[in-house]
Design a protein around this ligand. Structure first.
Ligand code: NAP
Ligand code: ZN
Length: 360
């Protein structure tokens, strides 16, 4: 008889799963593998709610394999370690982000870029080494190879720090790689959601002038007073938009939906860089003339490797950077997802997993 998610592994686990393209989540019994020698068993305390969880739960990218337990911004406590685990001890506070495995041997892995390994294993909706499916952090426990577990700095809050594990590294890595950290330069942050609001804070920590480019007028006061942005550009305000043309050195585009790139390209100075990290479900149109005539660069970036993710956590701990969160119970996840779909988020939902995930 074919094994079910509940019986394929020896350790019982419980979480919330989406079972079809409605994306609606509900309680789900499944199981986790027995610990291998390199594995760490983690009791999950908190899990952030990334827009990728929503894209995947609704099969917006077309490769969701239901049932799916989303969640890849996990903070928890180590409760057991495999026989070869040196890096962690029972009781350690740790983080798990978007990936839980890779080949570990290819050129790319050797360069600490496991996130770009052709055999990368995502925290959920992916095939694990043993052929079973991975399930994410909207659940009570998780078993992860120690290479993909992060030390979570003591002075970072476990709840508000959780979103750094995806949102944080996704904006930190391109800022470093594309050289977008030169103090005094002007950074535009397009889309003020989970990724965008962390980009604002990182930009200020790097000494940049930061302008938020947003479709939500109600986010203006907070962007400046609470998040520390220097200015706010409402993308639907033609006068202000015109005045900002050619004023930015870099833009990080975190927009989750299809949107025109031409206006963003026009905001860049000559030699400016537009780096897109958002993952809309359809291709975007890229105007070539303004790129060629302005020697402008458009690039992309996906999360970061394990070494850089650890570096980012230490950087955030040093600069007191965490997410601004709304802490929710697991049974509030569906309404949180509805709000996320409407850009009504300030600025990351985090599920209080340990205190609200009651097994039926
Ligand atoms: P989020 O919290 O929903 O924020 C996205 C923001 O984009 C919204 O708050 C909104 O900001 C803006 N926006 C949404 N719809 C828009 C539209 N139609 N036109 C213009 N702006 C719009 O999402 P997130 O968690 O930050 O994720 C953002 C995107 O990055 C998602 O596509 C996600 O899948 C992707 N992602 C990529 C990576 C990676 O490795 N590259 C990692 C994580 C997430 P305003 O209200 O300010 O306009
Ligand atoms: Zn994410």
């Amino acid at each position: 008889m074919a094994k079910t998610p509940e019986t394929e592994h020896p350790q019982k686990a419980f979480g919330w799963a989406a079972r079809d393209a409605s994306g609606s989540l509900s309680p789900f019994n499944f199981s986790r593998r027995e610990l291998g020698s390199e594995d760490v068993l983690i009791k999950i305390l908190y899990c952030g709610v990334c827009h990728s969880d929503l894209h995947a739960a609704k099969n917006e990218w077309g490769f969701t394999n239901y049932p799916i337990v989303p969640g890849h911004e996990i903070v928890g406590l180590v409760t057991k370690t495999g026989s070869s685990v040196q890096k962690f001890q029972v009781g350690d506070q740790v983080g798990v982000g978007v990936i839980v495995g890779s080949c570990k041997t290819c050129d790319i892995c050797q360069q600490d870029l496991e996130n770009y390994c052709p055999k990368v294993i995502s925290t959920y909706n992916s095939k694990d080494q043993d052929g079973t499916k991975t399930y994410g952090g909207y659940s009570d426990i998780v078993v992860v190879d120690q290479r993909f577990v992060l030390r979570f700095p003591d002075n970072l809050p476990a709840d508000a720090g959780a979103p750094l594990l995806c949102a944080g590294i996704t904006v930190y890595s391109p800022m470093k790689y594309y050289g977008m950290t030169e103090p005094g330069k002007h950074l535009g942050v397009a889309g003020l959601g989970g990724l965008g609001h962390v980009a604002v804070k990182l930009g200020k920590a790097f000494g940049l002038k930061v302008t938020v480019i947003s479709t939500s007028p109600k986010k203006e006061v907070e962007a400046i007073d609470r998040l520390g942005a220097d200015s706010f550009l409402l993308s639907s305000d033609p006068e202000k938009f015109k005045a900002a043309i050619g004023s930015m050195d870099y833009i990080i585009d975190t927009i989750a939906a299809v949107h025109p790139l031409a206006p963003l390209v026009s905001l860049l100075k000559i030699n400016g860089k537009l780096i897109t990290v958002g993952l809309p479900d359809k291709p975007l149109e890229l105007p070539i003339f303004p790129l060629v005539l302005g020697r402008k660069l458009v690039g992309g970036s996906e999360i970061g490797g394990m070494k850089e993710t650890q570096e980012m956590l230490e950087f955030c701990a040093k600069h007191n950077i965490a997410a601004d969160i709304e802490l929710i119970r697991m049974d509030q996840i569906n309404s949180a997802m509805e709000r996320l779909a409407k850009s009504d988020v300030r600025y990351r939902f985090v599920v209080d997993v340990a205190n609200s995930l009651a097994s039926p």
